[in-house]
Design a protein around this ligand. Structure first.
Ligand SMILES: C[S@@+](CC[C@H](N)C(=O)[O-])C[C@H]1O[C@@H](n2cnc3c(N)ncnc32)[C@H](O)[C@@H]1O
Length: 186
């Protein structure tokens, strides 16, 4: 059971540490204190291998007990789950993988889906891939390192290497850089 105060980010040092590291966060997209790498180690050491539910549980536990994470979290995650459940997608595109938490939630409620997740940071992508492998879903979630705003390189790879094209997408989850939302969608 998570203690109620841990659900209030302002009451946690690890949230303020993230806020103080805003400049680093906006360029590297990691907090700068190693919490993302520690998360991967924590999952590998603590969560039952091949158990998707348990990996999601352990990431939530880490985010409450060890260090605040900029993922969708369990409360907003339930809203995401409901939307995915309604759509029952087969092909999902996510913008913004971070450590893979939201992609894991999508994989859990849409067992027939393949998820492609576009991530700016190669370091975050590597961490997410480790976690997907531990959860046993690496064959269902593909991380594509890049951005839709990179002049067409990532879009072109999505088309040529990953089969994207008009009419193939069932569900889009946009959770990357707020300043890129509109440019990336137009
Ligand atoms: C809020 S986090 C994503 C959280 C993740 N969706 C989750 O809930 O587990 C934002 C992520 O978007 C990535 N990012 C930032 N700008 C991006 C861009 N233009 N394209 C793709 N990814 C981007 C960052 O590196 C970061 O990992």
């Amino acid at each position: 059971m998570t203690r109620a105060w841990k659900r209030v980010p302002f009451l946690r040092w690890s949230f303020w540490r993230m806020a103080l590291g805003r400049k680093h966060l906006r360029t590297a997209w990691q907090v700068g204190d190693g919490r993302e790498e520690r998360l991967a180690q924590y999952v590998e050491a603590t969560a039952r291998r091949g158990q998707l539910d348990d990996v999601i549980r352990v990431i939530d536990q880490y985010a409450y007990d060890e260090a605040f994470l900029m993922n969708v979290g369990d409360e907003k995650g339930a809203i995401l789950d409901a939307a995915v459940r309604r759509a029952q997608p087969r092909r999902v595109l996510e913008l913004g993988t971070y450590c893979g938490y939201s992609a894991l939630r999508i994989a859990r409620v849409a067992p027939a889906a393949h998820i492609h997740s576009v991530e700016f940071s190669a370091d975050n992508a590597a961490i997410a891939r480790r976690i997907f492998t531990h959860a046993g879903v690496a064959d269902r979630i593909t991380v594509v390192v890049g951005t839709l705003g990179d002049g067409g390189a990532t879009l072109s790879r999505l088309r040529s290497e990953h089969g994207f094209g008009a009419g193939v997408l069932d569900f889009l989850f946009v959770d990357h850089d707020k300043s890129a939302y509109l440019p990336d969608l137009t």
